[in-house]
Ligand binder design. Structure first.
Ligand code: FAD
Length: 566
């Protein structure tokens, strides 16, 4: 058997290694147009930021070590130009000599990845404007920043890589501005969770311009002027473009392979393309999302490496293992904060017409009485019919990765919020609470499903009618320090004695800081004859952060204060 692989980084290298483990006698050739194979793309921003100091640590394997360990013919700086599926050959060019030659294959595996978008804006090819995909890009950026004594950086695009670059530049002492066209950072995440991270970024002195598009660049001396669609012009010494990537389907298209609805290479459940002798993995392919059923492209290293193994199994053993799709579990460090997401965010569930309920909870990362407990926010979406968990987003300072991975595995296994209630965790005060934040998310969701808790959301405050009542059930000092317009204050511990102050035949909206005291107040009111009582999901904390970030808080209050029933 003769296997050829195109692309020697995440998907390609892991496929090649597994092929060898399964088939000791096969001929395996891997083509890589770059100089390096099997390197840690995910570590590149941290090498630029000097967090990873030793460049060699970025390389998991070299062509020589890969050859020695796996007996694989690694051909770096050799680009595959075309595929002839009928003849089962590829044509490649050796960049050092210009030699073009053909290789035959029995099975071909494509893992050409994705390429960063570089829109045709005026001046975009000026010196000092970079995209970051590979080691060469990294070397250019690092050298440029060091040699030119860079002081000001602009990062365009607030996705995962953009935020990592912003943090790393900031930590190098640069003045950093992020420009994002959308109304929030981190597009896969829902607004209220993104808003928490946005405030954190700003608190570090990084400038964040949302709803702002770049119109062009103008290089003047060493400085780059960056024109914005609001007429402003910012200046920087270096610009990183991280506005997204697109699957590299050029080879597949020219070979006549089927391209799917998301513009990635179409593959079946065995990662086999429309040609039975050609398989494809990772950033270049699209696959049905397990939650929405819609075809989509996942640009993540974890699925890339796992697909490599599945693909090799199917190539060697004959379509024995199905790939089940990715729920896009991803995590990002933003200074000392961590934000992670798994499953399909509420906004995307809405687009896909998937009925769901969202619930936001804030809890301590571990027992409050043990030092250094940090607040953690968990937002989940689940099905109102059967409680199936559809997404989870977690933001906080400690233990976020642990909770996200737990929630991700529940989502992946089609588990429900009832399973979160029963989640059994290792507990001691430094690590968690007797009820873990994951349990708490489940408890609240169950209360919602059983209608013990009726909720409303931060962006529904404006829907409260003048005849309705909005009650802040926090302590008076908390209320005095900041409240939602038109809210009256009845602390939860006083509510039983002040029931006669609350009108019975109206809708009552309640909030506390995080949601718990609001829930308690709601239970008291509901069991005292108040039927229409709604508690603010995520409480004042979620409302304040989301309202500030959406600009709502600077608006004039629109509510008319409801007079307390006397
Ligand atoms: P790649 O790893 O990009 O490999 C494709 C290779 O194919 C490239 O080296 C390319 O040169 C080669 N190639 C393309 N066409 C040809 C051809 N015609 N002939 C020969 N060779 C060819 N994901 C995470 O999950 N977590 C992270 O923290 C994370 N951080 C990232 C940070 C950065 C800076 C980048 C760029 C990516 C990051 N990712 C992260 C994404 C992750 O690295 C990718 O999803 C993953 O590498 C995709 O694997 P792949 O094999 O499809 O493509």
């Amino acid at each position: 058997m003769k296997y050829i692989i195109v692309g020697a980084v995440a998907g390609g290298a892991s496929t090649a290694a597994r092929l060898r483990r399964l088939d000791e006698h096969a001929e395996i050739i891997i083509f890589e147009k770059g100089e390096y194979i099997s390197y840690a793309n995910c570590g590149l921003p941290y090498y630029i930021g000097d967090v990873i100091k030793d460049r060699n640590k970025l390389f998991v394997q070299t062509a020589a070590s890969f050859n020695q360990r796996f007996n694989i013919d690694v051909r770096v700086t050799t680009e595959v130009l075309s595929i002839d599926p009928a003849a089962k050959t590829v044509k490649a060019i050796k960049q050092s000599t210009g030699e073009v030659y053909e290789e035959t294959y029995d099975k071909l595996i494509l893992s050409p990845g994705a390429e960063p978008l570089r829109p045709p804006l005026p001046g975009i090819n000026s010196e000092g404007i970079f995209t970051l995909r590979n080691v060469n890009d990294t070397d250019y950026i690092k050298r440029y920043v060091q040699q030119k004594h860079i002081k000001k950086a602009i990062v365009i695009g607030a996705g995962f890589i953009g935020l990592e670059m912003a943090e790393n530049f900031h930590d190098l002492g640069l003045h950093v501005t992020i420009i994002e066209m959308g109304n929030q950072i981190l597009a896969p995440v829902d607004f209220p969770v993104a808003a928490i991270v946005q405030q954190h970024i700003r608190s570090k002195g990084v400038y964040l311009h949302l709803n702002t598009a770049v119109t062009g660049f103008n290089k003047i001396g060493d400085e780059i002027e960056v024109g914005l669609n609001n007429g402003e012009v910012l200046t920087a010494d270096v610009v990183i473009l991280s506005i997204g990537v697109r699957p590299d389907t050029r080879l597949a298209v020219s070979a006549g392979l089927k391209i799917g609805t998301a513009r990635g290479i179409w593959v079946n459940e065995f990662l086999q393309t429309s040609d039975p002798d050609i398989y494809a993995v990772r950033d270049a392919i699209e696959f049905a999302n397990p939650i929405t059923g819609q075809s989509m492209i996942t640009y993540l290293a974890g699925p890339a490496n796992k697909q490599g193994r599945i693909c090799a199994n199917n190539v060697v053993l004959g379509n024995v293992q199905k790939y089940h799709g990715s729920i896009n579990t991803a995590i990002v460090k933003v200074f000392d904060m961590t934000m992670g997401t798994a499953g399909t965010a509420s906004k995307h569930l809405k687009t896909a017409n998937i009925n769901h309920i969202v619930s936001t909870t804030h809890n301590g990362s571990h027992a409050a009485y043990y030092p250094d407990a940090k607040q953690m926010t968990i937002q989940i979406a689940f099905s109102p019919e059967d409680g199936r968990l559809l997404s989870a987003q977690v933001a906080g300072f400690d233990g976020v990765d642990k909770r996200l991975d737990i929630l991700s595995s529940y989502i992946k296994q089609n588990k429900t919020i009832y399973d979160l209630i029963e989640f059994e965790h290792a507990y001691a005060p430094p690590y968690s609470s007797a009820k873990d934040p994951v349990n708490m998310a489940g408890f609240v969701a169950e209360n919602i499903l059983l209608e013990r808790l009726k909720i409303f959301y931060w962006n529904e405050i404006d829907n409260i009618k003048p005849e309705d009542v909005l009650i802040d059930v926090r302590r008076k000092d908390e209320y005095d320090a900041g409240k939602i317009s038109n809210a009256i204050n009845i602390p939860v511990d006083e509510i039983r004695d002040r029931l006669d102050e609350i009108p019975k035949n109206t809708t009552i909206y309640i909030y506390c800081e995080a949601g718990l005291r609001g829930y308690l107040a709601q239970r008291i009111l509901r069991q005292n004859g108040f039927d229409q009582v709604f508690n603010l999901s995520g409480g004042y904390h979620t409302w304040r952060v989301a309202a500030e970030e959406s600009g709502m808080l600077v608006k004039e209050p629109v509510l008319v204060l409801h007079e307390l029933a006397k």
